[in-house]
Design a protein around this ligand. Structure first.
Ligand SMILES: *[C@@H]1O[C@H](CO)[C@@H](O)[C@H](O)[C@H]1NC(C)=O
Ligand SMILES: *[C@@H]1O[C@H](CO)[C@@H](O)[C@H](O)[C@H]1NC(C)=O
Length: 864
């Protein structure tokens, strides 16, 4: 039945909203386009911009897309410098199709490897219609050399399969799948000596999904004589834990650069392949994040201990959770170089993995050829003893796991699925270094966050792809003064600066953003990016704890705009106040005192509405933002409105509109208002900054300047005249972030929608006979109303109480409408115009007293 369907849809909607009400922390600022302009690159007919490579020296960004490689200016990626098409031949495409693959999607060449080889060329590989091929891209001519090297083991066959690669000293390390079917995972090194790889066996790699690979160079002259190491990150099916289902485990694996494989045992196989489990648990909310989506290693030459950052999600991520965990490389190395090994034992025809407690051969199995090995005359893995090699072959899984720094995630967030991460290390003016994390989501959004003391702060979120394209690849350019984020998706590539300091117009705002990139420049009177300032000495003001006490007096009160209005008594005034922070609440003062919310004053959607203004309303209204930063409250004057009353008294004419149609329209308004409540909450994630606007029309009716929502027919005054007082109070709470009130409001909203649905269905005759009685009673009642009779609003409300609710028993308790005392002549006339329209259409079959479907769709569509 239509009713049941609608009710079900409603529940889905509500359930989603209830969930959405519970998450924190929120990004403090939301940047949308065109508010911030980001540079884009996309070519007509080209998709899957999946591989990015940055050459900071040449200032070129290389982009590997489907069947083409581009070179663009890295300072302005919209400027294309070169392109090299690399299409599959007709013959190959046909062959691929014969094997049962789709010609339009699978049998194409997806670029998967794009690595620097030397000064003059790049090494590129593509899936090439399920027949991976690699080639050299000559940079001077930007042409492929047509070498057509076999890409097996370097690049997946299937574009849907995972892959990762890193070029180290001209040798390609890759993690991918070796076969057409994708059944054989491999971590390998491709060099002139051939392929060195993992054994094809479950303990080595078990259905992995590769996400990242990177090299960590051993320090020069290190005391252990250690080797450079390449780390791989992936999620695989666990062998060590028993579970009724496949249990996924995030892993780190590492190999040594000078590994040559064994002579007899482990011939052409890694002798240094060890892997360990990465732990990312949140004990506070009892969550286990066991899928690693991406990893970024912060390593700079001056950094003693590189930090490995990973973004994780739980296995069944139906609630949309993400976490970031950080690991110190020394902790990782500790596990590999000192930890206990695991080994499998067969117990009753059942393989169990247990800690190995026996003797460990020397030199330590899986270790690089370091001073210890050299002292024992082992100069290469080729002459390692069989004992060591046999041991490592069966003990490549470490028993110890790698625990994150602080033993817990840096960040846990709900309703977000992070796909990629890059981290920039910034030295703030306080001399401390901060790891600024840039996290992309599967909805095309970028979060920027830092941890300050123990608290995590999401400075801002930027909408990179307005079409919600998932960010597939993210890279950072961190040259001193040219820092950018580049993000690739199926639809294109976006370049974003690392900070939008210049958008913050006052010292207090600049400081409250708590962005290590941003500081207030008192001379220039702007918020500047400290990395772009040549002289970053004491002149600049920055406080990562949000303390703006150092701000010069002239600017410490924030935006400090002052608006003046001269209005007629009896008119309605809207005073706007919008502030960029999603974490701040706004507070109004009147002539220096806190504003008492009389029945004629409402705060709706960042605006203060004064209904029916009188002499006593004249004065100065100030809007303050209040924000809690590290348990300290900061207040900031956002805007000041000065309202004066013109001396001409407004005419008061009482008129009487028709009853029934007005009753209907009031109902409709109630519905519209409820959708507004949804919008208000939703809007917080997509809020735009608005310039203060106040509009009064001559007779006192409000033209509501609607910056975000489009309420179909209702003017604000209509909405107000029909909303009970209690609900207005709740609207106020809503904007103050009160989750509990939100729940209450949702219940009310649900109830109202339910009632409306019921009434609608009742009206339409979908419901059983009992209801039909009411329906006919209602319809016949309508016909009796003489059309065109001008009732006053007051009369209409009385009617709503007496008839409207008693007739529709389903609606439960009658709702007493609010008497706002707001009855001025043009408004009443306005009301009549709409009422009349409804009266004329009322008698036709098409008539829908309140279009429930439309309303639901409206609330719904706002959600996406
Ligand atoms: C390529 O992009 C299209 C959308 O443009 C997407 O549907 C498809 O899944 C992508 N393919 C791969 C292998 O990423
Ligand atoms: C290592 O080799 C050298 C000469 O090749 C020999 O003198 C020395 O005893 C050997 N050391 C060990 C520990 O085998």
């Amino acid at each position: 039945m239509a009713f049941e369907k609608a009710a079900h849809g409603l529940c889905t909607l509500l359930c989603l909203l209830v969930q959405a009400a519970a998450f924190a922390p929120e990004p403090r600022i939301t940047w949308q386009q065109p508010e911030v302009s980001l540079t884009r690159f996309q070519e007509l007919g080209i998709s899957n911009y999946s591989t990015l490579l940055l050459s900071e020296d040449k200032e070129v960004l290389y982009i590997g897309a489907r069947e083409v490689i581009f070179a663009v200016n890295s300072l302005d990626i919209s400027e294309k410098k070169n392109e090299a098409y690399w299409r599959v031949t007709e013959e190959k495409s046909a062959g691929c199709e014969k094997k049962g693959k789709s010609r339009q999607t699978d049998c194409l060449n997806y670029i998967r490897v794009l690595q620097p080889l030397n000064e003059t060329s790049l090494y590129v590989c593509g899936t090439s219609a399920f027949h991976p091929v690699c080639d050299f891209l000559e940079l001077s001519s930007f042409e492929l050399m047509g070498k057509s090297e076999d890409g097996k083991g370097k690049c997946p066959f299937d574009p849907a399969h995972s892959y990762t690669s890193v070029m180290v000293d001209g040798e390609l390390y890759s993690g991918t799948f070796y076969t057409f079917l994708g059944s054989e995972p491999i971590i390998g090194r491709h060099s002139s000596q051939g392929l060195l790889r993992t054994e094809y066996a479950v303990p080595w790699l078990n259905e992995p999904r590769f996400v990242h690979a990177d090299v960590i160079r051993a320090p020069e002259n290190n005391p252990d004589g250690d080797d450079d190491k390449v780390y791989f990150f992936f999620t695989e099916v666990s062998v060590e834990y028993e579970f009724f289902n496949k249990l996924l485990i995030p892993r780190i694996a590492r190999v040594c650069k000078s590994d040559q494989g064994g002579l007899r045992t482990l011939q052409k196989r890694w002798t240094t392949f060890l892997k360990a489990r990465l732990i990312c648990h949140s004990t506070e909310n009892n969550l286990i994040f066991n899928v690693v989506n991406d990893v970024y290693i912060v390593k700079s030459p001056d950094l003693q201990d590189p930090v490995v950052y990973g973004v994780f999600t739980p296995h069944l991520n139906n609630v949309g959770m993400s976490a970031v965990c950080a690991y110190s490389l020394s902790a990782i190395e500790e596990v590999f170089s000192k930890g206990k090994y695991m080994q499998s034992a067969t117990v009753e025809a059942h393989t169990k993995w247990v800690q190995y407690n026996g003797q460990v051969p020397k030199p330590r199995p899986g270790a690089c050829i370091n001073n210890e090995a050299k002292a024992m005359n082992y100069t290469s893995s080729l002459n390692l003893s069989d004992k060591t090699l046999k041991f490592v072959k069966d003990h490549l899984l470490m028993d110890e796991s790698v625990t994150p720094i602080g033993r817990k995630p840096r960040l846990v967030l709900q309703n977000v699925t992070y796909t990629q991460i890059v981290v920039d290390r910034v030295t703030a003016l306080d001399g401390n270094t901060y790891d600024v994390m840039f996290l992309s989501t599967d909805k095309g959004i970028l979060h920027k966050s830092i941890s300050h003391d123990t608290e995590m702060h999401i400075i801002e979120e930027t909408v990179l792809f307005p079409d919600h394209e998932s960010v597939e690849t993210l890279i950072l350019s961190n040259k001193q003064n040219k820092r950018y984020i580049y993000a690739g998706s199926n639809a294109g590539v976006v370049q974003s600066p690392v900070a939008f300091c210049e958008k913050l117009s006052s010292c207090a705002e600049c400081v409250l953003t708590r962005d290590p990139y941003c500081a207030w420049h008192p001379v220039k009177n702007t918020c500047v990016n400290i990395l772009l300032e040549s002289n970053t000495d004491r002149v600049l003001i920055q406080s990562l704890s949000g303390d703006s006490s150092q701000c010069p007096d002239s600017s410490d009160k924030g935006i400090q705009e002052s608006m003046r209005y001269s209005v007629k008594a009896g008119s309605t005034v809207e005073l706007k106040c919008s502030y960029k922070s999603n974490l701040a609440s706004t507070v109004w003062t009147f002539n220096g005192n806190s504003l008492s919310m009389a029945s004629s004053k409402y705060i709706v959607n960042h605006a203060l509405i004064l209904l029916n203004v009188t002499e006593s309303d004249a004065g100065t209204y100030q809007c303050w933002s209040q924000e809690l930063v590290l348990n300290k409250e900061f207040s900031l004057l956002i805007i000041e409105h000065v309202v004066e009353i013109k001396k001409t008294p407004p005419p008061l004419i009482r008129t009487t509109p028709t009853t029934t149609s007005a009753q209907i329209s009031t109902r409709t308004e109630g519905l519209i208002l409820t959708t507004r409540f949804f919008t208000m909450q939703k809007e917080k994630t997509t809020r735009m900054s608005t310039t203060p606007v106040m509009t009064t029309s001559s007779g006192g009716a409000v033209t509501y300047v609607n910056d975000k929502m489009t309420t179909p027919t209702a003017s604000l005054s209509e909405v107000f005249s029909s909303v009970p007082n209690a609900e207005m109070g709740r609207a106020l709470y809503l904007s103050n972030n009160n989750d509990c009130s939100l729940l209450i409001i949702l219940v009310i909203v649900f109830f109202l929608l339910f009632v409306s649905l019921l009434t609608y269905n009742c009206y339409k005759g979908f419901l059983p006979d009992t209801c039909l009685k009411y329906r006919s009673a209602m319809l016949s009642g309508k016909k009796k109303t003489p059309p065109g009779v001008k009732d006053c609003e007051q009369g209409l409300k009385e009617n709503l109480v007496e008839k409207g609710c008693t007739e529709n028993q389903c609606s439960g308790t009658p709702k007493a409408p609010l008497d706002t005392g707001y009855e001025t002549d043009p408004d009443c006339a306005n009301g009549n115009i709409t009422i009349k329209e409804e009266v004329t259409t009322e008698e036709t079959e098409k008539d829908q007293p309140f279009d429930v479907k439309c309303e639901i769709k409206y609330a719904d569509s706002d959600g996406d």
